[in-house]
Design a protein around this ligand. Structure first.
Ligand SMILES: [Zn+2]
Length: 487
């Protein structure tokens, strides 16, 4: 098989083959790549299109079908943009980490324990990715062994699944107004290992606390007193926001990203099922009104990977994420864990940050239709200077810790990169206080672990991702504690 990333997916009633080739578009300047995104909005650029600088070149990663690839070859000027086929990624998709079968936590009898409390020789004890059911039994294990408080989010998914999370703190009893850190994952179904990163992080924290030891992630270490400090920041987490999508992706290995809501689907196209939950939050959701006409920060097309749904918060999964802010009103710091890019993104994601003109803000109708062009100076999203300093400092510290693990490089970056996003969880979180000053101010982030477009890691990459993200979470909580948990 030539270019062997053929991922077969069987959808109910109809067999489809999803062909996805990993490519990098490479140009000297970023402008021609920006044009590629604008002219090819239906290409799968991962969580969001990100143009990354590498040496004296710029790179845009994408997953393309054979047809899209031919199209790009025909339309792009090869003297300006080169198409690199990432054959090392395409070929090794046959060797991706497996999904666990059965229940390694035996319904909660066994608690999850991560890599930070283990020796290198024991890494093999995490041999496979958690199946969607194990994400739940892992939480039960944390409850049974450490007295972690579980909670059930109020909105059931389309397929009737329940979304669960947990709260941990140094104190015996959880106080709802003493939880300052909020972590979520599994909103994009195909981003394998996201829920695992959170489960093993919390499992390790509690294990290290109980046994009075520190944590080791590659070359990055933390002491027991830092473990205690991090527990004291009060963490709540929802490891799998999109269980329908995860179940479907794990059963079919078809790079499924969205949820499974069929409301907007067209019966002849299985790809038109589902909503991109990370375009469904109430943040400039109605992008055709708020943004300039020639950029599409989301899609109105149900068959697109970035379909925004039928209204802000039309989906139970995005409502569940936001509900936690009502229950834990003092949350101050938030990360939505995604893959795969190798970045830590901070607000804003709709346009370039600026601190000189407060009138240029997402709620000002005078700027409707003017947002999202990152190459003009007509609009930039207002961020208070102090907030800007804080959010960037946190992203720098977190990525520095992830880099110190010694596996791969992570880059801190403003979320807009060179292309805007609407309806995303990180911007929604930060925008809540801007809309209503009685609410707590939340600094929202998107952490993108792994290599660009590599949603199904190999076993070795899966292990590396746990180490990288877990060091990142530790540093994030410590930095949050230092900058301030109350605001
Ligand atoms: Zn994602």
């Amino acid at each position: 098989m030539r270019l062997a990333t053929v991922l077969r997916g069987v959808l109910p009633g109809c067999a489809v083959v999803v062909e996805a080739l990993s490519v990098a578009l490479v140009a000297k300047d970023s402008a021609p790549l920006y044009d590629v995104i604008k002219r090819n909005v239906d290409i799968d650029y991962g969580c969001r299109p990100v143009i990354m600088r590498s040496n004296d070149k710029h790179k845009l990663h994408a997953l393309v079908s054979n047809e899209q690839l031919e199209d790009l070859r025909r339309t792009l000027d090869s003297t300006v943009i080169q198409i690199d086929m990432l054959d090392h990624l395409n070929k090794r998709q046959t060797a991706v980490a497996s999904i666990g079968s059965g229940d390694r936590f035996q319904g909660g009898k066994i608690a999850p324990r991560g890599l930070g409390t283990r020796k290198l020789s024991e890494y093999g004890e995490i041999p496979s990715i958690l199946n969607y059911n194990e994400v739940y039994t892992a939480l039960k294990g944390l409850e049974k062994h450490y007295g972690v408080e579980l909670f059930t989010a109020p909105f059931k998914t389309f397929e009737g699944q329940i979304v669960r999370g947990a709260a941990v703190n140094k104190a015996e009893k959880i106080k709802k107004d003493k939880q300052y850190i909020y972590l979520t994952s599994g909103i994009h179904a195909r981003e394998r290992g996201g829920p695992d990163n959170l489960i093993y992080f919390v499992g390790d924290l509690l294990y290290a606390n109980k046994h009075r030891i520190g944590l080791t992630y590659g070359n990055k270490t933390y002491t027991n007193s830092q473990v205690k400090k991090v527990l004291g920041t009060g963490i709540i987490f929802i490891p799998m926001l999109n269980p329908d999508g995860v179940r479907y992706d794990q059963a079919n290995s078809n790079l499924w990203r969205k949820n499974r809501n069929p409301k907007s689907a067209n019966a002849s196209n299985p790809l038109s099922v589902g909503v991109d939950l990370n375009r469904n939050f109430d943040f400039l959701w109605n992008f055709t009104k708020y943004f300039v006409t020639d950029v599409e920060p989301a899609s109105t097309n149900p068959a697109s990977q970035a379909f925004y749904g039928t209204g802000p918060f039309s989906e139970p999964e995005s409502r569940n994420m936001a509900w936690a802010y009502d229950i834990f009103p003092k949350i101050r710091w938030y990360i939505d864990v995604h893959s795969a890019a190798g970045t830590m993104l901070y607000s804003w994601g709709d346009d370039i940050d600026q601190s000189h003109d407060p009138k240029q803000n997402l709620f000002n109708p005078a700027y409707d239709g003017k947002r999202g062009n990152v190459t003009d100076t007509i609009y930039g999203e207002y961020i208070d200077e102090k907030d800007w300093y804080n959010v960037a400092l946190q992203a720098n510290r977190t990525t520095a810790a992830m880099n110190a693990v010694g596996g791969r490089e992570y880059v801190p970056q403003q979320a807009v990169g060179l292309y805007p996003t609407s309806g995303a969880s990180d911007d929604y979180s930060f925008s809540r206080w801007h809309k209503n000053k009685k609410l707590n101010k939340v600094y929202g982030y998107t952490m993108e672990f792994g290599y660009p477009t590599n949603f199904y890691p190999t076993s070795a990459e899966f292990i590396q991702n746990i180490l990288d993200t877990n060091a990142g979470f530790m540093e994030f909580c410590l930095t949050a504690d230092e900058i301030g948990l109350k605001g």
